[in-house]
Design a protein around this ligand. Structure first.
Ligand code: SAH
Length: 220
């Protein structure tokens, strides 16, 4: 009986978590269902684990951050994923965003420049039996040419402009969502849609992400 209050407490925090998502504009039923199903707890380690159900970004290994859940929800919603889609995520980080994408898409490829993050995320994907995600260590600015083209691309680190190789790896009719702007300033989340003749751009909201950096991290 001694751990009963803890369970109640977690249930309560999860309810507040979903409430916060809705009140911040995450209204798509499929996205909310995915975020209810995928527990953020395992993706947050160490003494920040207790704050996994708060709507805030938190530090993870390699000096990176797991994004704020409402931002994860809004970005996922903006991608308008359909169940047959093949999705590329640039910036695996904790793996949380990829896990949410895996509930909505047919196949998810995710890349990070830090090998350690990829190894840790892969371990959680295995543990949760998320078999439609493949994570690679790579500089995601170049996309993933062997798996291209993609129906959807999500970039979770900020570049000054949408990287050319990612635009090139988007299918016609495909959508890419990414933060653009200087790394130390407020950035804009934008949605790029590839048309028959070019690209349409929508500005969605201000956001703040870690920068998209060149090359691999020092750990691999
Ligand atoms: N989506 C993550 C949060 C990502 S934080 C989550 O759900 O937890 C941004 C990540 O982008 C960091 O892990 C960082 O290492 C990675 N990153 C930055 N530049 C990169 C690049 N050029 N290629 C691949 N990953 C990159």
């Amino acid at each position: 009986m001694s751990d009963a209050p803890d369970h109640d407490d977690i249930a309560q925090r999860k309810m507040q978590f979903l409430f916060a998502l809705r009140s911040r504009g995450v209204t798509d039923a499929r996205v909310l269902t995915a975020m209810e199903k995928i527990d953020r707890g395992p993706f947050v380690r160490g003494h920040f684990a207790a704050r996994a159900y708060e709507d805030m970004p938190l530090p993870i290994a390699c000096g990176q951050t797991i994004s704020q859940p409402s931002v994860v929800g809004l970005m996922t919603q903006a991608l308008r994923i359909s169940p047959r889609d093949k999705v590329l995520e640039v910036g695996t980080g904790s793996g949380y965003q990829a896990a949410i994408l895996s509930q909505l898409a047919r196949r998810v490829y995710t890349v990070d420049r830090h090998k350690r993050l990829v190894v840790e995320a892969n371990a959680i994907f295995q543990q949760l039996d998320l078999t439609n995600i493949t994570a690679f260590t790579a500089d995601g600015s170049f996309g993933l040419p062997e798996q291209a083209p993609f129906d959807r691309i999500l970039v979770t680190a900020a570049a000054e402009d949408p990287p050319g190789p990612l635009l090139a790896q988007l299918k016609i009719g495909g959508i890419m969502v990414l933060p653009v702007g200087q790394s130390d300033a407020v950035q804009s989340l934008i949605r790029v849609t590839r048309t028959e003749t070019g690209f349409d751009y929508d500005e969605l909201r201000p956001v703040r992400f870690v920068p998209l950096l060149e090359g691999l991290g020092r750990d691999g």
